[in-house]
Design a protein around this ligand. Structure first.
Ligand code: TXA
Ligand code: MG
Length: 316
């Protein structure tokens, strides 16, 4: 029996208390949530996602106090960022407390924490009353889901509950910031633009480039990949032509009108483009007529940085 809307959150929280998994909408992408303090729930997350154990999970909390309960040190720069952007698409990597299982952090001495902004994620976290580990709700290396339907198609049957919160507003994953002896460091471009982070925390050291080495968790060169090959074209290079090429475009394209094309934002709005990115890639990927996806980089500012990062990794 499908529970009534008002009973959905308590039922999902009860599933989590039993060690079950709940697909939870967040403002960035859908997450595959389990009790962050229950090692067997964590093990199931890795199993369902077919995720390698070296890639640590993000722990979600209902509020800053909930995040504080997971970390042993909250430097001033991290606190300023939390105050500015939580709840929201920002993840902070900080020294972990002993109570956080090693499975959640893949053995790292640090834990990634975030307070999400989505209404249903917040309701679930409050009702559950503890932290939830939640990677994006897709198979490892694949596109992150931005709708409940995308979760259903990829993980349906392996997840106990799928909460439908509509399409995700931000559409790219959270910005991840680490803190070294030299101050904040960008670990992943995401939903909070770097310019906004730097306005609060001062200069941020750049993200390491894509790498094939597993020591840099989640920074694998090939990630967020459709099944159809994706080529990132350089601006100005002659465009590929052919009926079997699916184009991912951005902004006004003038006389360039290929057969198969999706425009992330005809008006050239990077926020709109981020919100549409993964769904557009999915549509081109699922179009049987498309043999190759071609994309051009978007402007490298604001959310454009996160979009280009995902496109580069999808092309790797
Ligand atoms: O927006 C998001 O962040 C989404 C939603 C569901 O919250 N979650 C998400 O999780 O993107 P996931 O598992 O796909 O990405 C987690 C990434 C890891 O791949 C790694 O890059 C980084 O977070 N991470 C986690 N713990 C870390 C740690 N201790 N040190 C460095 N990076 C860490
Ligand atoms: Mg992911």
């Amino acid at each position: 029996m499908t529970p009534q809307p008002s009973a959905v959150i308590p039922a999902a929280a009860a599933t989590l208390r039993r060690g079950g998994l709940v697909a939870m909408p967040t403002e960035t992408v859908y997450g595959l949530a389990g009790d962050a303090l229950n090692p067997s729930a964590l093990a199931r997350i890795f199993e369902v996602k077919q995720r390698p154990a070296f890639d640590p999970l993000i722990c979600h909390a209902a509020d800053t106090a909930g995040a504080e309960a997971l970390v042993s040190d909250f430097p001033a720069a991290a606190r300023a960022l939390a105050e500015a952007f939580w709840p929201g698409p920002l993840t902070l990597v900080l020294p972990k407390r002993a109570r956080v299982p090693d499975l959640a952090t893949s053995g790292h001495p640090t834990v990634a924490v975030r307070v999400p902004a989505h209404r249903l994620a917040r309701a679930l976290l409050r009702e559950f009353g503890g932290p939830l580990a939640a990677p994006s709700a897709n198979l490892f290396g694949r596109l992150s889901p931005t709708t409940a339907d995308a979760v259903r198609r990829e993980l349906g049957g392996k997840v106990d509950v799928i909460l439908d919160g509509g399409p995700c507003e931000v559409g790219v994953e959270s910005t991840i910031i680490g803190f070294g002896p030299d101050g904040p460091r960008l670990l992943r471009a995401g939903g909070v633009p770097l310019e906004e982070i730097e306005a609060v925390a001062g200069p941020v050291a750049p993200a390491p480039g894509p790498t094939a080495r597993p020591e840099a968790p989640g920074m694998l060169a090939s990630h967020y990949a459709p099944r159809t090959p994706l080529r990132l074209e350089n601006d100005g290079a002659p465009a590929e032509h052919g009926p079997d090429i699916g184009w991912l475009l951005f902004g006004p394209t003038g006389s360039f009108t290929p057969d198969h094309a999706l425009n992330l934002s005809p008006a050239g709005d990077l926020r709109e483009a981020a919100a549409r990115l993964f769904q557009a890639l999915r549509e081109l990927d699922e179009d049987p007529a498309v043999r190759l996806i071609c994309a051009r980089p978007v402007p490298e500012r604001g959310l454009g940085r996160a979009i280009n990062d995902r496109l580069r990794r999808a092309a790797a």
